[in-house]
Design a protein. Structure first.
Lengths: 258, 166, 571
């Protein structure tokens, strides 16, 4: 089971994007780890793919990918399906390919942002044990709040509870995470195709004997067509003990709606 | 009070189209929809049974209507290149003065002259800038309108072209 | 400092996330001795007006989507217009209204002059406005989607004209029926009444330059439908070379426009063919104007503004007009006009201002049973009416006009021939910012010769799905890409001009017409070149200049804006 949470941890617990295909709609993994509170539109479909170069602490440089499909099956709801294959070196044992867990989940938006309230949403994901050494179905519940910050910027608070249904020896059964994300369109009001994203996150270490991990990241989302966005970002676990940390992860991705 | 909503006939065109086909320069008032002057944007004063008022600029296949000869000459110098003709009503009904620009040179029939009250007040520019077939007739017009045209003068075509193009 | 409390705010404000009860805030406000009455909200408003949900709906899928990118200049200009209202609204709700005519105008103008490659997201540009008026934003967004998709259909090279017609209808059905409550009604609305609210005109008086930009790009948004119709991709590009110049050079900066551009003034064929769509877009633009005016009315409190915006959204919604039909006038009920009469011959255009004192108390006599497609309207005012506001409208540069008549020869647009075209199939001429329907090919050609600048002639043929598109340059030289067009032009009076002046797609079509109409057996089939060089015939024998109840119905409004009714742009 640890295998899966290492991978999830490396992906900062955000396998599936929240909102698709506008540089200013913030999707988890594209390129950072937080979601905004909005779902994709009713009847919208979106595919998002990404690739990353990752350097685990104590391991070799590896490659990770993710592919996701979203579908707005009802107003303010969407379904997500995802896979996170990786070729990573954990614990210095050499690179191994792992197809990753198959993720299935839903996201719901409760309300749009008003003057008196942030936008609130939640997402719930189940991770089927399709990755190497994986067993049992794991779950994640994420609460999301998004709120305007400054003239055009927005803050996004993501609070996660990961449930490890079959923890191994020394592994945590419940893993809380929290991420504070920030998005800021660049160039307004002269250009309208680029958004800066940044985050700081804190996640519990998967094993009992390690301390929590602090993560930071910065990235850019660039509109490349009317319905597609290219993203680029870099993340790093800056503190925390153990080999669960990543020195850095450089992410590039592409999202498109259809 | 009941408003008169019946349409008012502006003018019934005598004869068939053949007349206009063979005489495109005959009467400058042969336009359909009434539009504001393209230069001063004021309503174009329509012809009356005894006096023509509407000025036209003819270039290529276009015949554009203006409120006065000053407006037409002003636009001719800023909006149009090449040869053209300004059809300016004279004191004689149905006998306009044809002012031509050919190869950049302006010309008009011998004897033609113009009354100009500068600076032109465009609400009444059809009175302030007019063409006449002779100096005598122009002077007569000036004398008859001393009160409304206190600063008006009789000018030549080059003078009118210069002032309107300034 | 406030940012330090952000996380607490994020977590702590959920209790108030789901709305506050609305309180009727109607009031009579006395300002400088003049009382202005704000009508109350109608009772029993639909729940969606208070919804706090996002409810985003994806646009209709189709091969036509983003076809506008085939005309890059138009695509960019349409992207640019997304910025204007958003920036202005944000300034108005964040206390920056004093910069509207300076900094904000500069910002909007810069974008309009340097339009972006991709459509900006309006809600990202006006986040505070979205927080305050989220439902209104939904109405705007969803209707803008329909606007854009309809343009994409017309721009699509994948469809022929018949397919475009079918797809246009499907896009409209999707907009209305696919789960979005926040739509704009397709009924014609009495524009004069809507523009006579206590707050009406405030924005155009206070912010004339920004208002000119808004109305300027509404001109583009309304003109482009007929601009694109029935044209090949190459013709569409040529069209936009002309239209785009008019847009950038003239329309964006016209501060003296008396009223917002109407669909039927700039796209009469589209408006006649799809009256409900044209009405919805006019109503959307009117909603924009009403919101502008409300936000610009300093004498209203914030709560009153919120309430009046809600009322305006409701007024424009289908929910407010359940059971109403085009052509009916049920009068004002619960403070909302249900006058859905339309201009004679133009089902896609609500009643316009007439300038008569009683126009804000439109009489109850309606035109029940009128057929929108049939275009038949009574020629005389109903009993008891001073002036029939459906018969004549006043238009800038044109004056009073009857939309059921040819604008060149004054003859009715329908019923003039053996096989009369329906009104949406008439020929048109587009020039100087307007598009006019005309009755025959000659009327189009001659009208273009009398109009300054370039022009586009869209000539109806015997085939309802094919038109001969003709471009006129500034000297009146006519050109067409249509190969093989043949023209009939016999000398005759204009009562029958739709018979003796026609364009045909081929010699065979010409021959078939002549065979069916032996009176033209001696007629010579004219090639395009021959037809294009026929001298303009002057005023048609049937031409009549209309006179309305007043010289200019917008005179009083223009005066309050410091514009003389007959004031020109010249020296």
């Amino acid at each position: 089971m640890k295998r899966r949470f290492l991978l999830l941890g490396a992906l900062m617990s955000g396998a599936i994007p929240a909102v698709a295909v506008d540089h200013d709609n913030i999707d988890a993994n594209r390129p950072l780890d937080f979601d905004d509170a909005e779902t994709i539109a009713f009847r919208e479909k979106s595919s998002e793919v990404g690739a990353a170069l990752a350097q685990p602490r104590g391991g070799k440089l590896g490659i990770a990918g993710d592919a996701e499909f979203l579908y707005g099956f009802a107003k303010n709801w969407h379904l997500n399906l995802g896979l996170n294959p990786a070729l990573l070196d954990r614990n210095g044992s050499g690179r191994r390919f792992d197809v990753g867990d198959f993720a299935i989940g839903v996201q719901h938006n409760f309300n749009r942002e008003t003057q008196s309230s942030p936008a609130f949403g939640f997402r719930a994901d189940a991770y089927l044990p399709t990755s190497r050494d994986s067993s049992g179905v794991d779950f994640r519940l994420r609460g999301i709040a998004s709120r305007k910050f400054g003239r055009y910027g927005r803050l996004h608070l993501n609070a996660d509870l990961n449930v490890n249904t079959s923890p191994g020896a020394g592994e945590q059964r419940m893993l809380p995470d929290v991420i504070l994300g920030y998005s800021q369109p660049l160039g307004y009001p002269r250009r309208f195709d680029r958004t800066l994203v940044a985050q700081v996150g804190l996640r519990a270490a998967p094993t009992n004997d390690n301390s929590a991990i602090v993560n930071i990241g910065v990235g850019l989302r660039q509109q490349v067509s009317q319905r597609s966005v290219f993203d680029l970002g870099i993340k790093s676990d800056i503190s925390g003990a153990g080999n669960d940390r990543e020195r850095f992860r450089v992410v590039a991705g592409y999202s498109t709606a259809f | 009070m009941k408003f008169n909503t019946t349409a008012v006939t502006r003018r019934v065109f005598a004869g068939l189209f053949a007349t206009a086909l063979v005489a495109p320069f005959a009467t400058p008032s042969a336009f359909a929809h009434i539009a504001p002057c393209p230069y001063c944007a004021m309503t174009i004063t329509q012809d009356t049974p005894t006096q023509d008022n509407e000025v036209a600029l003819r270039i290529g296949r276009k015949r554009i209507e203006y409120k006065c000869v000053y407006c037409a000459l002003a636009e001719a110098q800023t909006e149009y290149q090449g040869d053209l003709t300004v059809i300016a009503p004279s004191e004689k009904k149905g006998e306009p003065i044809l002012i031509s620009r050919k190869n950049g040179q302006w010309s008009a029939p011998d004897g033609a002259c113009y009354v100009l009250n500068a600076p032109v007040k465009h609400k009444v520019c059809q009175e302030q800038a007019r063409a006449f077939t002779s100096k005598e007739v122009a002077q007569k017009y000036l004398n008859a309108n001393k009160d409304t045209l206190p600063g008006a003068k009789i000018v030549t075509l080059p003078e009118l072209v210069k002032v309107s193009g300034a | 400092m406030r940012h330090l409390f952000f996380v607490a705010a994020l977590l702590g404000m959920s209790a108030s996330a789901f709305g506050t009860p609305s309180h009727p805030l109607s009031a009579t406000v006395t300002l400088a001795g003049a009382a202005r009455t704000l009508p109350p909200l109608p009772p029993q408003l639909p729940a969606w007006l208070d919804s706090k949900q996002n409810n985003d709906i994806f646009y209709k899928r189709g091969a036509f989507n983003f076809a506008i990118t085939n005309i890059p200049a138009l695509n960019r200009d349409m992207n640019g217009v997304a910025v204007g209202h958003a920036l202005a609204y944000e300034a108005l709700v964040t206390g920056r209204e004093k910069s509207l005519e300076t900094t904000v105008w500069d910002q909007i103008n810069h974008v309009l002059k340097n339009p972006p490659k991709f459509m900006p997201t309006e809600k990202s540009l006006s986040p505070t406005f979205g927080q305050k008026y989220g439902v209104l934003e939904q109405v705007f967004d969803w209707t803008h989607v329909s606007h854009a998709q309809t343009i994409d259909v017309l721009a699509s090279p994948r469809f022929d004209n018949a397919d475009k017609d079918a797809e246009t209808t499907r896009v409209w059905d999707y907009y209305r029926d696919e789960g979005a409550p926040f739509t704009v009604t397709g009924l014609p609305m009495n524009m004069a009444w809507l523009d006579s609210q206590a707050y009406s005109g405030a924005f155009r008086r206070k912010y004339p330059k920004v208002n000119a930009l808004f109305w300027g790009y509404h001109w583009l948004q309304t003109s482009i439908y007929d601009g694109l119709r029935d044209k090949t991709p190459e013709e569409q590009k040529k069209m936009y070379a002309l239209l785009g110049r008019q847009y950038h050079d003239v329309e964006l900066y016209d501060t003296k426009r008396p009223f917002m551009p109407m669909m039927a003034e700039t796209s009469p064929l589209f408006s006649a063919k799809y009256p409900d769509i044209a009405n919805a877009f006019d109503n959307l633009h009117m909603l924009h104007d009403m919101v502008n005016d409300i936000l610009a009315s300093d004498w209203m409190t914030g709560a009153q503004k919120t309430e009046q915006i809600k009322r305006a959204v409701y007024m424009m919604s289908p929910d407010a007009h359940n059971g109403c039909k085009p052509g009916e006038n049920r009068g004002v009920i619960d403070g909302i006009s249900h006058d859905h009469r339309f201009m004679a011959g133009m089902p896609g255009m609500g009643i316009m201002k007439t300038g008569i004192a009683s126009e804000d108390k439109m009489p109850m006599s309606g035109h029940a049973g009128m057929n929108m497609a049939g275009m038949t309207m009574p020629a005389t005012p109903a009993k008891g009416e001073e002036f029939d506001p459906t018969r004549l409208m006043w238009m800038p540069k044109m004056g009073w006009m009857d939309m059921s008549q040819c604008h060149h020869c004054s003859m009715p647009l329908t019923g003039g021939g053996d096989d009369p075209l329906s009104a949406w199939q008439n020929s048109t001429i587009s020039a100087e910012g307007w598009t006019m329907r005309v009755r025959c090919a000659l009327c189009a050609r001659d009208m273009s010769a009398e109009t300054k600048g370039g022009a586009i002639l869209s000539l109806a043929t015997e085939d309802p799905n094919r038109r001969v598109i003709v471009f006129s340059d500034e000297r009146g030289n006519l050109t067409t890409d249509f190969k093989g067009a043949v023209f009939l032009e016999e000398k005759g009076g204009h009562p029958k001009c739709s018979q003796w002046s026609q364009a045909f797609t081929s010699r065979a079509a010409f021959d078939a017409y002549v065979a069916k109409n032996p009176k033209f057996k001696e007629a010579k089939p004219l090639s395009f070149e021959e037809w294009a060089n026929v001298e303009a015939a002057g005023t048609p024998d049937t031409y009549e200049k209309e006179e309305g109840p007043v010289e200019n119905p917008y005179a009083a409004d223009l005066k309050t804006r410091g514009i003389a009714p007959d004031e020109g742009d010249g020296p």
